[in-house]
Write a protein that binds this ligand. Structure first.
Ligand code: APR
Length: 323
């Protein structure tokens, strides 16, 4: 009998990379290899987490490396290499520096992890996923981005706090690019199947007040990453992006076919062709599957189009940089 343990590679052993390694271990998702260019950093983090294995009851291995060869046989690669933003920066400001890093990472993954599903977290997300697919040459379903799971979790959290209900019963999808133009879909947000707006109207006994409250929640969702950056001052969110990517990894490794907000390459859906953008898609062993088309009203479609245009502009900017 041969039993193969999944192998998860983490490219980037910084803030997100460290939390990713610990979460993968604690959820027993498989063996983990952390790769970074800073010698000692991935090895030190791996050793630190491994030394808690008795406490956490984890029997798998976590190793650190600066050698891409150690990524051989990876099933899933999660990429966080690059720089995070500081206060006053937008995600788009990271384009030039992170694009060069992602290109070189992609070229190495093509050689050393040719069968993996790649989940990109580095920002600006939609552009970095686009570049990763180009650099690896992998089929589009095997190169995806994490943004929507986190944006939707933020949206759901703010709704839960407002309504005083369990966040577990909330579904609140956020589509579009992972930037200031992202599209929280208020009309589809629900608590246990009940439209959120109905619950807000019940709470405030006023449709106008409910609308005003929801507008603030939507804006807070769009600005949520920046809110954390402004508090931390030295970098960007890392616990929540790691949790979100681990949920996606679990869906892939266990072939769960979960329907999650994923940055996936569109092939005509929503009238978009050939661009990576956040949509609801099935996630399983082959990466992203069916993209769920959603009937958008004119206002939602306009917001979605604006967001897609922002992604297109970034991709064109990359083209001008020769990437
Ligand atoms: N290959 C591998 N790792 C690299 C490379 C490279 N070419 N270049 C930089 N790194 C590493 C850095 O050494 C660092 O350890 O990437 C790591 C990034 O970690 P942090 O600076 O702590 O950043 P983090 O908070 O983890 O965010 C990473 O995710 O959410 C996005 O905007 C965020 O783009 C940023 C990324």
């Amino acid at each position: 009998m041969s039993i193969s343990v999944p192998k998860i590679a983490l490219v980037g052993g910084g803030q997100i990379g460290g939390v990713l390694a610990q979460l993968c271990a604690m959820r027993r998702l498989g063996n983990v290899v952390i790769f970074d260019i800073v010698d000692g950093l991935p090895q030190g983090k791996a050793l630190d987490i491994m030394e808690a294995s008795r406490v956490d009851g984890f029997d798998g291995s976590i190793t650190g490396t600066t050698d891409y060869k150690d990524l051989a046989g990876s099933d899933v690669v999660i990429v966080t290499s690059g720089v995070p933003r500081k206060p006053g920066m937008s995600r788009d400001d990271l384009l030039t520096i992170n694009a060069k890093i992602i290109k070189s990472v992609g070229e190495n993954l093509k050689v050393h992890a040719p069968n993996a599903v790649v989940i990109v977290i580095s920002n600006p997300l939609d552009a970095m996923v686009t570049l990763m697919q180009k650099a690896t040459g992998f089929p589009a379903n095997r190169v995806i981005g994490q943004a929507g799971v986190l944006d939707s979790s933020r949206f759901a959290s703010f709704i839960a706090w407002e309504l005083g209900v369990s966040v577990k019963d909330i579904n609140a999808p956020v589509l579009g690019g992972h930037g200031d133009t992202m599209v929280p879909l208020v009309r589809y947000a629900n608590v246990g199947g009940l439209p959120v707006m109905e619950l807000l109207e019940r709470k405030y006994k006023s449709a106008d007040k409910a609308k005003e409250v929801m507008e603030k929640i939507v804006q807070r969702t769009r600005d949520a990453g920046g809110e954390v950056v402004n508090l931390l001052k030295t970098g960007s969110a890392f616990y929540s992006p790691a949790s979100a990517a681990v949920q996606m990894t679990e869906a892939i490794l266990r072939d769960e076919k979960r329907v999650l907000p994923v940055c996936a390459k569109l092939n005509g859906e929503f009238g978009v062709n050939g661009y990576y953008v956040g949509v609801l898609a099935t996630l399983g062993k082959d990466g992203s599957g069916v993209v769920q088309e959603i009937a958008l009203n004119a206002e939602e479609q306009a917001m979605f189009d604006k967001s897609v245009n922002a992604v297109k502009t970034l991709v064109e900017d990359m083209g001008r940089l020769g990437l």
